[in-house]
Design a protein around this ligand. Structure first.
Ligand code: NAP
Length: 248
């Protein structure tokens, strides 16, 4: 069976590193993104240069109509999805709870919780033997914020990742008898452009002294854990969390 991977938020950071690693491991690849056409195109060219059949698809993961269109494109151009990486995520500016608007909190929850739930739903409709599928794998990209809480910075983001962890546990049990494994990685401070969203692009470098290993992580290090969890080498792992946080 062909390995077909959908990576949400695959145009930058951890998602892009995952796309490049998956290309080296023989996956057909769908790079999803929200807005940055140029970044998505660049990653698309890189994975194609590695010999992978690949497409890039703009879709907001928090909008079900767009998620439906995304998976239909994958069906038509790559074949049914066998691996989903729920990686797209967002965070608001560093602030205390009292300063957070309803819009900001809803945007965070919609992107980080509703998005992965919708994408998992449409992947399961293709993976589960109930609907003619042959099993598959889902990896959710959570955060160590789920267990640290991010006080004074973005408790809404931490709460969204806590919800994603609960979803990972529940869905893993729901699907364990259907040949679908569901796991999560929880990165710590990783060098990507994500931190610009919180208003501090240099955040990881500034905080390195607080990390037990004394350095921030690279997106490629997180990608290794994601691709391992998707692989048969992790065949008995479901409902599992791999923290990639340098000891935090
Ligand atoms: P990043 O560099 O900011 O990339 C985010 C990606 O998500 C981009 O491709 C972006 O597309 C896409 N995206 C955002 N909202 C989307 C939506 N509604 N629909 C579809 N795509 C959307 O982020 P990253 O650092 O690689 O983070 C990836 C994941 O790791 C996130 O879930 C994040 O919470 C988690 N994480 C990151 C860190 C860290 O230190 N970097 C730590 C812990 C957890 P556009 O560019 O087109 O908008």
């Amino acid at each position: 069976m062909d390995k077909v991977i959908v990576i949400t938020g695959g145009s930058r950071g951890i998602g892009a590193a995952t796309a490049l690693l998956a290309a080296r491991q023989g996956y057909k690849i769908c790079i999803n993104y929200l807005a940055d056409d140029a970044a998505a195109h660049e990653v698309l060219e890189q994975v194609r240069a590695l010999g992978a059949l690949a497409i890039s698809v703009r879709a907001d993961v928090s909008n079900e109509d767009e998620v439906i269109s995304l998976f239909l494109r994958v069906d038509q151009e790559l074949g049914p999805v066998t691996a989903l990486v729920n990686n797209a995520g967002t965070v608001g500016h560093k602030s205390r709870l009292e300063e957070m608007s309803e819009f900001r909190v809803l945007h965070t929850l919609k992107t980080n919780v509703l998005g992965p739930i919708l994408c998992a739903k449409h992947a399961v409709l293709r993976m589960s033997p109930r609907y003619g599928g042959q099993g598959g794998n889902i990896v959710n990209v959570s955060s160590v914020a789920a267990r640290l809480g991010s006080p004074g910075e973005y408790v809404d983001y931490a709460a969204s990742k806590g919800a994603l962890d609960a979803f990972t546990i529940g869905l893993s049990k729901e699907l364990a008898g259907e040949g679908i494994r569901v796991n999560a990685v929880r990165p710590g401070y990783i060098f990507t452009d994500f931190h610009a969203l919180s208003g501090d692009p240099g955040r990881v470098s500034k905080l390195e002294s607080m990390i037990p290993m004394g350095r921030g992580g690279r997106p490629e290090e997180v990608a290794e854990a994601i691709v391992w969890l998707l692989s048969d080498k992790a065949s008995y792992a479901t409902g599992t969390f791999v923290d990639m946080a340098g000891g935090r």
